[in-house]
Ligand binder design. Structure first.
Ligand code: DUC
Ligand code: ZN
Ligand code: ZN
Length: 467
């Protein structure tokens, strides 16, 4: 299955590469291909797809006084289990640090530890003359995109002047500007007022981060991008009104893109409000504290995200994998939702969760491949090597069984490092059978066969989506 169609075929792999996509039973130079290879993986009745590319992850991210609990080792192994064979993680530069040092630190965390191939975006958390100059050499390092935050004053935040200057670098270099589009200063006031009223439960995280704050920031980012000519990619879109902004800009011909995440397709603010457990009481809702937040199902945001994936108003699905345990981590926010580290872990389940959208008729099989692999490769300068099954491409291949089944949750399918699953109880009508990373079988038949250090750094080119 590719992003453009499906056909019965044999995929021929030599070493790390795909060397042929053949009609079943093909003879080459008079020989029976299947009979002359070292190994045959029988995928009869199953889908053979390009390995998933998760273009938004945060291994070991320092955040909220703690750090994301998956290391590059545990997080990429969980990704492999779920049929994802490349990630793009976010290297972090904070205010007062040098961009180069932030990137070097991420190389150090990842090198020799990954199960699958990995690349980096650069978070620029302190736009100033030094960082603006340093950003210009990122494409030479294979880092062809950077992320700015319109949220989190005092942490990663950029004001409009900083956004404008960084976008000018984006225009000049062809680096994609990735934007966390929420009005942080206004959100922080709303959050303080809720806490002052004693509204401290996790649910109020989503009330403070109102959709109006996402719509407004998305619009502002679009206008700044228009003015500067920067290509813009809005991350973790969850509000239907933010999608409307993206669609409006795209209809006017602007070079603007957006991703959503499985949590914004499946989970809701109402469910977070209703969440209770013996262990955590109403703090149970902290499992689903992420930013942007879960949105109201009554208001129709989840349906709007699925629709936008069909109409191409949104082009990709990434996880924003940012995992924290309840114990010792999310727990920091008992009595004050502002102190709950923001994030959900999903890296292992993205391919399954999105395949479930094929089962329920939300998207086509081809669109599944496009949203999870082919477009991420094109968007972030990996296409040809990744995101497609064709001669010359890396042999990152997943055999997916539509007749298999996957039960997600603790003690079931869960290889990530958190002490809980945000996806507990989800049942998937499908199963990742076999995963190859550059020709090596790393997952087969519910066994992990890979090793730490299998994954290599991916030097990325510029986005194919530049005009
Ligand atoms: N934004 C992200 O992209 N990830 C984690 C937290 C956040 O706000
Ligand atoms: Zn963000
Ligand atoms: Zn993120």
């Amino acid at each position: 299955v590719s992003s453009t169609g499906r056909a019965p075929a044999d995929v021929l792999i030599d070493g790390e590469r795909i060397v042929g996509v053949l009609e079943p039973g093909s003879r080459l130079l008079g020989t029976d291909v299947a009979a002359s290879v070292d190994r045959v993986i029988d995928a009869t009745g199953k889908y053979v797809i390009p390995g998933g590319i998760d273009a938004h992850t945060h291994m070991e991210l320092p955040f909220g006084g703690t750090a994301a609990i998956d290391t590059f080792e545990t997080g990429t192994r969980a990704a492999a289990w779920g049929g994802t064979t490349s990630i793009i993680d976010f290297a972090v530069q904070r205010y007062g640090e040098r961009v180069q040092d932030g990137l070097a630190a991420w190389h150090e965390k990842a090198a020799g530890n990954c199960a699958i191939d990995y690349g980096f975006h650069q978070i620029v958390g302190g736009v100033d003359d030094d960082s603006l100059a340093a950003m210009r050499s990122l494409p030479d390092e294979g880092v062809s995109s950077f992320k700015l935050f319109m949220a989190y004053p005092g942490v990663f935040y950029s004001d409009d002047a900083q956004v404008l200057k960084a976008m000018q670098v984006s225009r000049d270099t062809g680096m994609l500007t990735m934007m966390h589009a929420e009005n942080g200063p206004a959100i922080d006031v709303l959050a303080q007022q809720l806490v002052d009223q004693g509204k401290t439960d996790p649910y109020y995280h989503g009330i403070a981060r109102a959709w109006e704050m996402e719509e407004e920031a998305t619009h502002r980012a679009i206008m700044l991008a228009k003015l500067t000519g920067a290509p813009l990619y809005v991350v973790h879109v969850s509000a239907k009104q933010a999608v409307e902004q993206l669609a409006w800009a795209r209809d006017k011909g602007q070079n603007v893109y957006g991703e959503t995440c499985p949590q914004y397709l499946y989970l809701s603010l109402e469910e977070q409000l209703g969440a209770k457990s013996d262990e955590w009481g109403s703090f149970e809702g902290a499992k689903w504290v992420c930013s942007t937040p879960l949105r109201s199902r009554e208001e129709g945001h989840q349906d709007a995200m699925w629709q936008a994936l069909r109409t191409n108003d949104l082009q990709m699905v990434s996880t924003d994998h940012c995992p924290f345990c309840m114990k010792d981590q999310k727990e920091l926010g008992v009595g004050d939702f502002r102190k709950i580290p923001n994030g959900i872990g999903s890296i292992e389940h993205r391919m399954d969760l999105m395949y479930q959208g094929v089962v329920t008729g939300e998207i086509t099989l081809e669109r599944w491949v496009e949203l999870t692999s082919t477009t991420p490769a094109r968007m972030f300068g990996l296409y040809g090597r990744k995101g497609v099954i064709q001669p010359g491409a890396d042999a990152d291949v997943v055999v997916y069984d539509p007749n298999g089944h996957t039960s997600i949750g603790m003690g079931k399918t869960h290889h990530m490092n958190m002490d809980h699953s945000a996806w507990e109880g989800f049942e998937i009508d499908g199963h990742v059978d076999t995963v190859l990373s550059r020709g090596k079988v790393i997952v087969d038949d519910n066994a992990y066969l890979g090793a730490k250090g299998d994954g290599r750094f991916l030097k990325r080119g510029l986005s194919q989506y530049l005009i």
